[in-house]
Design a protein around this ligand. Structure first.
Ligand code: SF4
Ligand code: SF4
Length: 351
């Protein structure tokens, strides 16, 4: 059993790589789409709607707007669909999105793996600094939740949705990388440097999205559970956990830092000692660990598929609008030009 389970890690690496390559492909297509409007003569490329995955704040906003009004904003509907899919996956199957799908998590992982190869090991933040540093991502998450989830009224949200700034939020996000400011460059270099030295530096200390998913995943019935009777205390689970969790000492891993990577399960040499389980009352019911990634991808794509089928996927920003808006974006102005002509409201809330 142990031998077969070891392949779980290989499967995860393959799934992560596939999503990273998919992300690069989507980014490349979107770059071509933007170039068409900026460079006369460049052929037209269809806009890939899944580029909206890079707008998590838009996803959060439109998720809240949907909960309040039942309406999905039409300019970045795929951001809403993917936000809903990721939230649902986290509630049902813990933080597996971070461990298996998120391309930022994958790049972060490649950095610490490279660091381990270069320097022979990764560093560990002192335990007294680790806790306050980990709270940084929760502070960032709280800031977004307060600003958007609590403070922002639906009317204000509609005004924002109708602004030129929001309609081209995807283009602006792309330009953040392709026309990077000096501050952004040094910030990314700083994060990259620390990611080489420390395991999952971005995910562990800074990612507000991961913080939110970690808290939601606490509600998931699916958990890593250790059976003391079968455990031979070899320490392989704790040693290999990329989230630095003391799995060997826990009966149930309930930490929001656990992203369901299955590394501990795949490395455990004692059959029945460590399993991914779902709880039914006080009973632990082991799940086939191979079914975990299958369930994760199935649920994620079921919700994305439902979004596509129900017409909540393609942006309703017209080509004529893109033709006008994209060339007007200056990388330096931040583009905070709200559209005045659409301020009619709240009658306009169905767009
Ligand atoms: S506890 Fe296991 S599944 Fe969770 S992060 Fe650590 S190694 Fe991965
Ligand atoms: S890897 Fe398995 S046997 Fe070893 S300490 Fe962890 S749970 Fe126990």
């Amino acid at each position: 059993m142990g031998g077969k389970r070891k392949n779980l890690r290989k499967l995860r690496y393959a799934v992560q790589l596939a999503f990273l390559l998919l992300t690069v492909f989507i980014g490349y297509r979107f770059f071509g789409f933007v170039l068409h409007f900026e460079s006369p003569g460049y052929p037209f490329v269809e806009r890939p709607p899944s580029v909206d995955a890079f707008l998590p704040i838009a996803g959060l906003m439109s998720f809240k707007y949907f909960l309040l009004t039942g309406v999905v904003e039409p300019f970045h509907p795929a951001a809403f669909v993917m936000f809903a899919a990721i939230v649902a996956v986290s509630l049902v199957l813990k933080k597996g999105f971070c461990g298996w799908i998120c391309p930022v998590g994958t790049v972060s992982q490649y950095f610490w793996m490279a660091g381990e190869k270069i320097f022979g090991r990764n560093l560990r933040v002192n335990k007294y600094a680790d806790v306050p540093m980990r709270s940084l991502k929760y502070l960032l998450m709280a800031l977004f939740l307060v600003l958007i989830g609590i403070t922002m009224a639906p009317n204000t949200m509609v005004l924002f949705f109708l602004s030129d700034y929001y309609k081209t939020a995807d283009v602006r996000t792309m330009k953040f990388f392709t026309e990077m400011s000096r501050t952004a460059f040094w910030s990314l270099l700083f994060i990259g440097g620390f990611s080489l030295l420390f395991k999952n530096f971005w995910c562990r200390y800074l990612c507000p999205y991961g913080a939110l998913l970690g808290l939601l995943s606490s509600l998931s019935p699916v958990k890593i559970r250790r059976n003391e009777e079968k455990c031979i205390h070899c320490g392989a689970c704790s040693k290999n956990c990329p989230s630095l969790l003391p799995v060997e000492k826990k009966e149930v891993v309930s930490s929001p830092e656990c992203f369901g990577c299955m590394t501990c399960v795949s490395q455990c040499p004692s059959e029945g000692a460590l399993d991914i389980t779902t709880a039914a009352g006080k009973k632990r019911m082991p799940l086939n660990p191979w079914l975990y990634p299958a369930g994760l991808l199935l649920l994620f794509y079921l919700i994305v598929g439902a979004g596509i089928v129900s017409g909540k996927w393609q942006s309703s920003v017209s080509i004529a609008e893109y033709r006008k808006l994209i060339p007007a974006i200056s990388p330096k102005d931040g583009g905070h030009q709200f559209s005045e002509k659409k301020a009619a409201f709240p009658e306009d809330k169905n767009f």
